[in-house]
Design a binder for this molecule. Sequence first.
Ligand SMILES: [Zn+2]
Length: 397
Amino acid sequence: MFSHHDLRSLVAFQPDGFPVVSLYLNVDGRQYSVPQCVERLHQLIRRARTELLTAYATEQISRSVEQDLDAMTRYVGAEFDRGIWKGLALFSCSAQRFWRAYPLPHSVPDAAYVEPRPYVHPLAQLLSECPRTVAALVDREKARLFEIELGRIIEVEGVEDKVPGRFRPGTHYGLEDKDIERYVDVHILKHLEHAAAALEDLVNREHPTWLVLAGTPDVVPQFRRVLPHDIELLVAGEAHDLMIIANPREVLLNVVKVVERARRERASKILYEIRESAGPNGRSVIGVDETLRALYMEAVYKLAVDNRLHSSGFACVSCGRLFTVTGNCPECGHPEPATVHDIVEAAVELAVSQDAIVTFISDGVESQVPGGMAALLRFQPPSFANSGENAETNHAR
Ligand SMILES: [Zn+2]
């Protein structure tokens, strides 16, 4: 399953001058038969050959791209088993023996790119919109744990403890009713602590963005109280209609609703924080060019991108600074920058490589990203407040 770890490894890949072919294919069985998928793949490959290959002159490079396209054709035709998958993302750089295939539980628009680096924009967007989640269902003797990512759910090992019943005095050798209560409560508490430890292990292993709790209504609040503070902070909310015996599909449907609400709230909060801390000495930047400069300074902590933003731009061939206004590099003044077809892709790659949190803001969120792109900063870079005085910047977007 595709994860943040994979995204980071794609962004970190150094192809050493060879182009990388990135291919996205919608393989959703509700829309396309297998032969239709293969036919669309062939169309993409043909287009990549004729349009994109012409951009790469040397024979060594052309050969690498040809091998990439052959490998992708072979993979889709002979190796890939569609099963439940709806999307497919392939990355190849044959000259560097680099190959990655990620079946996706969400469909993606068909596209092929031959670029100097893996094209990750659609995957970063998917991860932002379907964040990794862990769900815990608890009752007085059982805890079931689930990992959920990109619409897929896997049940992992939970815990089960023997807890005595409250109303079987015969088993409690002469204990008074209230003693039985206490005796049982101690066992339930031990069970919940046991479950919390298992959950903590899972969270430390999987690093989910969110945690969703569910189960018996009077047990869930007790469980929440025994969670370590840093785990409790991840709780997106509680799913109220889930019984301990729920099947994974029911768990998935309910958890996704809770996460979707939490995701919207978090997006609104990020946008609020960005607006509140904007200003000459503030800890946020608004607008594409301001944000690109903050990324260049490695100052971005949280990047917010309007998911409808599509813009080309430039990259300085000397210092690497990204910008969108025609002219010399606003950082070092170097003339003749390289054209960047998708400035969002370039910004996302930079943000991921700097461990910033990338949030794509979709239509469902009430407010929009000011300027299409904005960021909360880790620190205010030196002379940042004075930036842009000499360069032509783009506040008005
Ligand atoms: Zn420069």
